[in-house]
Design a protein around this ligand. Structure first.
Ligand code: FMN
Length: 193
């Protein structure tokens, strides 16, 4: 089982590690790796693959799109998932859900890839990691969404229990393909659901 991730400020890496820990608790052997550190052998060995990437300025990381495009054929025929990390996934409105879905549709179209399932996960405001202009930009964006604006501390919006539920559903699918109805379509874990 392979979890490959792209992460600009590290939060998607933490989500990938959390998915990995949960899948290991389910009895699976898991390799978690940044997209640049995955070998062809890792892909060949994996009975299932989860790709996690985050949204920055309206797009998932290009290096993940290119990786998915390169491996789309190899990924076909086994359980696969896209984990999309963003701030819009934290918003409980129809408009935000449509935006989140459009971001996912875009990355899958760009990569010419159809995973078994997709999940939108609310990310984090890592104010401490940003330079000044980015900190101010993210504060403004967060304010416009009614989100956290105290830049003296990071704010985590991720629903970790939702991440774990998704990992367990994926493990069920790996053990018994077709067993998990939770894996059909896009789920969102950003609303404490
Ligand atoms: C410069 C910047 C731009 C961002 N643009 C978006 C965006 O367009 N849409 C969105 O939903 N989230 C956006 N985010 C939020 C990130 O997706 C979120 O912070 C995520 O947790 C980042 O994960 P990472 O640390 O793995 O890169 C942006 C964050 C930053 C710092």
């Amino acid at each position: 089982m392979l979890i490959v991730y792209a992460s600009t400020h590290g939060h998607t890496g933490r989500i990938a590690e959390h998915l990995g820990t949960t899948l290991e608790q389910e009895g699976l052997a898991v390799r978690v790796a940044a997209v640049g550190a995955v070998s062809e052998q890792d892909v060949a060995d994996a009975d299932g693959v989860i790709a996690a990437a985050s949204v920055h300025l309206g797009h998932h990381q290009r290096k993940m799109v290119r990786w998915l495009e390169r491996h789309a054929e190899a990924l076909a025929g086994r359980p696969t998932a896209l984990v999309s990390v963003s701030l819009t996934a934290a918003d409980d409105t129809d408009e935000a859900r449509a935006t989140t879905q459009a971001l996912i549709d875009d990355v899958l179209a760009d990569a010419h890839w159809t995973p078994t399932s997709t999940v939108a996960v609310a990310g984090a405001l890592q104010y401490q990691a940003y330079n000044l202009p980015t900190r101010l930009l993210m504060k403004l964006i967060s304010r416009s969404h009614g989100g956290p604006t105290d830049t003296s501390q990071d704010a985590e919006l991720t629903d970790w229990a939702g991440v774990e539920r998704f990992a367990r559903a994926f493990a069920a699918e790996l053990r018994q393909p077709g067993s998990s109805t939770a894996l059909r379509g896009t789920t969102t874990t950003g609303h404490g659901d």
